[in-house]
Design a binder for this molecule. Structure first.
Ligand SMILES: CC(C)[C@H](C(=O)O)[C@@H](O)C(=O)O
Ligand code: SF4
Length: 417
């Protein structure tokens, strides 16, 4: 019987053919907890009478949102989680490795066909590796820590077929922003977005992670990129696993099939205060910015920093009066950028380069905005108050647009630099 990728994953995991709409208890291959939501999950686990977690090897713990600890409660959370990891024999990456989603991917903890949960909404990022990955609440995570399984309603899927080739300085972030604008913030609620088509196949893993990462911004439960040779190269370089085919059947019962062509796509910008409030960069060009953030689980990879540095080119300095904060998404990405000379270029140009963490993305630690200030950010959310004051304005863009804007101190089309 024909099936979508999500249906195939749940069928394989449940040992019988399941279809969208069914509620199943499915095993969880890996569970990620971090410094913000982890402590509550551990407390729920205890309240459920949990003594030993179901399998410490399947639990991924790390700290990224408030690191190094920016308050005494944050430091206490870290201590609480470290004790739990020691007691349970869980490997804790602590605050050394970087942003959760980047770390799960680069440590090879996600692979095609797996079911992965995390107490973070952007857990859907691992769909770039062909996994069914979704964010869950801390209460559900308490259950997962104890039983290693969870109830899921197998989601319906929207097939997103992306054809064409990106123009110069236009890429994955522009595509996913335009999809958010088109589908809307709740247009894919509880569904899986299944990405396929030439533009996806030609996209590198960094770009695929950017796309899968933002599936939740359309309400999707998961965003799965159909695995291909690039997926398997990425996964097998990190773990011992035999490649297999995983694709949606052409006649599967998709809820919807959407077709896009990126050939003429302009750089996209999400304007305050919603991610689906998306316009061509030209519509907001000239908007003055106070702060620019290049980083996050959406766009903090080496490829993103390279894209920004390429736009920077031989320019001496970023514009006066704009604060440019650059944060590589992980230690590994940081080292790649460092060795390639990108960090030196950013620092020379006047950026503040911080150690891997979520940084200003959700205004949880540092880099907060004052009332009336304007930020352009390569992250994934621009909700009111997201990066500080509720009276601040947050725009979202690609790293190329962010770098071009940093050069002029105002939102700038990277194709014109
Ligand atoms: C803190 C965490 C629960 C939150 C999320 O779930 O996404 C954060 O990572 C975010 O991006 O808003
Ligand atoms: S970088 Fe931003 S979106 Fe990603 S996990 Fe951290 S706070 Fe959430």
């Amino acid at each position: 019987m024909s099936a979508t990728i999500a249906e195939k994953i749940f069928s394989q995991q449940c040992g019988r053919a399941v279809r969208a709409g069914e509620v199943v208890m499915a095993p969880v291959d890996a569970a990620m907890i971090h410094d913000i939501t982890g402590p509550l999950a551990v407390r729920v686990f205890r309240e459920m009478g949990g003594e030993r977690v179901y399998d410490p090897e399947r639990i991924i713990m790390l700290f990224d949102h408030q690191v190094p600890a920016d308050s005494i409660p944050a430091a206490e959370n870290h201590v609480f989680m470290r004790r739990f990891a020691d007691e349970q024999g869980i490997h804790n990456y602590d605050l050394l490795e970087g942003v959760c989603h980047q770390v799960v991917m680069e440590k090879g903890r996600a692979a095609p066909g797996e079911i992965i949960v995390g107490t973070d909404s952007h857990t859907c990022t691992y769909g770039a590796a062909g996994a069914f990955a979704t964010g869950i609440g801390s209460t559900d995570m308490g259950f997962v820590l104890k039983f290693g399984a969870l109830y899921f309603r197998v989601p319906e899927s929207i097939l997103v077929e992306v054809e064409g080739a990106f123009g110069r300085r236009v890429g994955a972030k522009d595509l996913i922003l335009s999809l958010a604008g088109d589908i809307g913030a709740d247009g894919a609620t509880y569904m899986a977005l299944e990405f396929t088509g030439r533009a996806m196949r030609e996209m590198n893993m960094a770009g695929r992670m950017t796309c899968a990462n933002m599936a939740i911004e359309m309400g999707a439960k998961a965003g799965i990129v159909q695995p291909d040779a690039a997926t398997w190269d990425y996964v097998t370089a990190r773990r011992d696993i035999e490649p297999f085919d995983l694709a949606g059947d052409p006649d599967a019962a998709y809820r919807e099939r959407r077709h896009y062509d990126v050939t003429d796509l302009a750089p996209q910008v999400a304007v305050p205060h919603n991610v689906d409030n998306v316009v061509d960069v030209g519509d907001v060009a000239g908007t003055k910015v106070d702060q620019i953030f290049i980083g996050s689980c959406t766009n903090g990879r080496y490829e993103d920093l390279f894209e920004a540095a390429e736009v920077l080119g031989n320019a001496d300095r970023f514009a006066d009066g704009v604060r440019v904060i650059v944060i590589p998404a992980s230690r590994t990405e940081y080292l790649k950028a460092l060795r390639a000379g990108l960090i030196e270029r950013f620092v020379e140009a006047g950026a503040l380069v911080e150690a891997p963490c979520c940084g200003p993305c959700m205004g949880g630690a540092f880099g907060l905005l004052a009332p009336g200030e304007v930020s352009l950010s390569t992250s994934n959310r621009n909700f009111r108050g997201r990066q500080g004051s509720a009276q601040a304005l947050v725009y979202l863009s690609s790293p190329a647009t962010a770098a071009a804007s940093a050069l002029y101190g105002e939102i700038t089309d990277p194709r014109e630099v």
